[in-house]
Write a protein that binds this ligand. Structure first.
Ligand SMILES: Nc1nc2c(ncn2[C@@H]2O[C@H](COP(=O)(O)OP(=O)(O)OP(=O)(O)O)[C@@H](O)[C@H]2O)c(=O)[nH]1
Length: 395
């Protein structure tokens, strides 16, 4: 039975991959059958060390281990007292705004505090003041194009005599930023398909795995059963990191050995998702430099395999960007968008950086919606993005 399943799976994978890249999946879908080399990820050792839960790693390594959903979220991760659903979300947001402002303090200092100083004691909004405003916006990571767009909006109001008082400039800017961040896009709706498949991509160390853990926790709070997929088979510790998140929040994790083909992991995970009847599948992927062509080809292959295995999926391709990288986030977003067709963004590490303004040019130039923001390392530090709230917190 297992041999038949292996053959069927290999044939389906080959079919999914050969259409567009001419390579059979088997060529690089090496599913290691041997013990891990010294220093590599070893499921047995990890299990002994208590990293993996009981029962995992006992089947053929050619098949994914599904770590059972035996975590107790109540123990380690207190569920938000406001509860799930729309009302809970509104309450959480109300509580969260002061915290968001606090976390975005450095970005605000760089932008809003300088605008405050600029208008202090000024009687009129003139060209000189607008030029200085331009400089503040550009040096606050808003980029040339978004700055020009925002200045045009402000200048237009000045021309029409609708804005005269410099003291109201901040307010005007805030509305313009909020409008710019409001990118037209389908709403975030994990109930739109079952399973709802989310592919998470991004460069190294931006916070993909952490975001997945936090996102799965949110989804559980909203009544969805998530399945996590350890598609980052390149960095051994990433698999263990995701397994730990799974245990912590009480979500099953599909994983294979370190070095396995990520497309094969994705393929098996979708099989597991169907048979386990889960609501949401979240696939982690290895961090890759957006400039490395072969790695970008690999992610395209993962994408193709998902599409082939489950038409309509992935339903969301989330690009995780690290806010501390400033303008570099923009070039990452461009390349990932062109390669895999990103549908939404997650901006992480907004806490403690002065470069949070980068969100503005990314939204403006790429017209991609920000789905979530990461404002810390704790499980509750992932928030749905609200353009108005964000604009208020930085301007
Ligand atoms: N301060 C802060 N740290 C974060 C946030 N999100 C993630 N991190 C930290 O960033 C570091 C990298 O996170 P990972 O989740 O391992 O990043 P990754 O993208 O999966 O890394 P690779 O697999 O190497 O590509 C970890 O120390 C996280 O705790 C955030 O919103 N704020």
């Amino acid at each position: 039975m297992i041999t038949w399943f292996k053959r069927k799976r290999r044939a389906e994978m080959d079919e999914a991959c050969s259409e567009s890249d001419g390579r059979a999946a088997g060529e690089d879908a090496v599913l290691p059958e041997t013990a891990a080399a010294p220093g590599e990820y070893d499921p047995g050792a990890a299990k002994d060390a208590g990293v993996l839960p009981r029962g995992s790693g006992s089947r053929s390594d050619a098949f994914p281990d599904v770590v059972p959903d035996d975590g107790d979220p109540e123990k380690e991760v207190p569920v938000a007292e406001e509860g799930a659903g729309e009302r809970g979300e509104l309450l959480r947001r109300g509580h969260f705004f002061p915290k968001l402002r606090e976390r975005l303090q450095k970005t605000r200092e760089r932008l809003a505090d300088r605008v405050d100083r600029l208008v202090l004691g000024k009687k009129h909004i003139d060209d000189e003041l607008l030029e200085e405003l331009e400089e503040i916006l550009i040096t606050s990571d808003l980029g040339v194009s978004a700055t020009r767009f925002l200045l045009e909006q402000v200048s237009e109001r000045v021309r029409r005599n609708e804005l005269k008082d410099p003291a109201r400039l901040q307010e005007e800017l805030r509305s313009a930023v909020a409008r710019l961040l409001q990118v037209p896009a389908p709403p975030w709706d994990p109930a739109a398909a079952r399973p709802f498949v989310i592919l998470v991509v991004g460069v190294n160390g931006v916070g993909k795995t952490t975001t997945i853990g936090k996102l799965a926790h949110r989804l559980k709070g909203d009544g969805f059963q998530p399945l996590l997929v350890a598609g980052d088979t390149f960095r051994a510790a990433a698999i263990e990191q995701l397994v730990l998140w799974g245990e912590r929040i009480g979500a099953p994790v599909v994983r294979q050995k370190h070095g396995a083909d990520p497309s094969a992991v994705a393929f098996d995970a979708l099989e597991a998702a169907t048979s386990r009847d889960v609501d949401v599948v979240i696939l982690d992927t290895a961090g890759r430099m957006h400039t490395k062509v072969n790695l970008m080809e690999e992610i395209k292959k993962v994408h193709r395999v998902i599409q082939k295995k489950m038409p309509g999926a992935p339903h969301e391709i989330l690009l995780v960007l690290d806010a501390t990288t400033g303008q570099n986030a923009l070039s990452q977003a461009r390349l990932f968008k062109d390669t895999v067709g990103v549908t939404g963004l997650v901006l992480t590490k907004l806490d403690g950086t002065a470069k949070g303004g980068v969100i503005v040019p990314v939204c403006h130039e790429l017209q991609l919606p920000v789905r979530f923001i990461g404002v810390g390392e704790k499980v509750e530090d992932l928030r749905p993005f609200d353009p108005g709230e964000f604009a208020r917190a930085i301007v």
